[in-house]
Design a binder for this molecule. Structure first.
Ligand code: FES
Length: 126
């Protein structure tokens, strides 16, 4: 049911954890499955470049693989470019997700967006 890439990413996720002094934090949950994803961002305030991203995901294999992939994709990008990453980009990087698991990748897109919103609010940039 899962691609090899999903299985590999789920088994060895990158960027798991918490950034204590995060500049932006985004939490989303899916009320249907009950899964929760929290993404922390460390951002260079002069350049708006994401220096680090970590996640805590209480959810299924697809949600954990999506979190790992999405955080890896945004590190080194500006917050504007990070917002351009859509769930379909995460799905593509994971070499596909089963149709009933697409919503898991949407959590990653939404959590990034909320974390960036949080950063901008704290910076008075929103
Ligand atoms: Fe809901 Fe995967 S089943 S996030």
């Amino acid at each position: 049911m899962y691609s090899e890439k999903v299985m590999e990413t789920f088994a060895h996720p990158q960027n798991v954890g918490v950034i204590e002094d995060a500049d932006g934090v985004g939490t989303v949950g899916n009320p249907t499955c009950g899964d929760i994803m929290k993404i922390y961002l460390k951002i260079d305030k002069d350049t708006d470049v994401i220096r680090d991203a970590k996640f805590q995901t209480f959810g299924c294999a697809a949600a954990i693989a999506s979190s790992s992939m999405a955080t890896g994709m945004i590190i080194g990008k500006s917050v504007d470019d990070a917002l351009k990453i859509k769930n379909r980009d995460v799905v593509e990087a994971l070499e596909g997700l089963p149709p009933q698991k697409i919503h898991c990748s949407v959590l990653a897109e939404e959590a990034i967006k909320l974390a960036v919103d949080d950063y901008r609010k704290k910076q008075g940039k929103s």
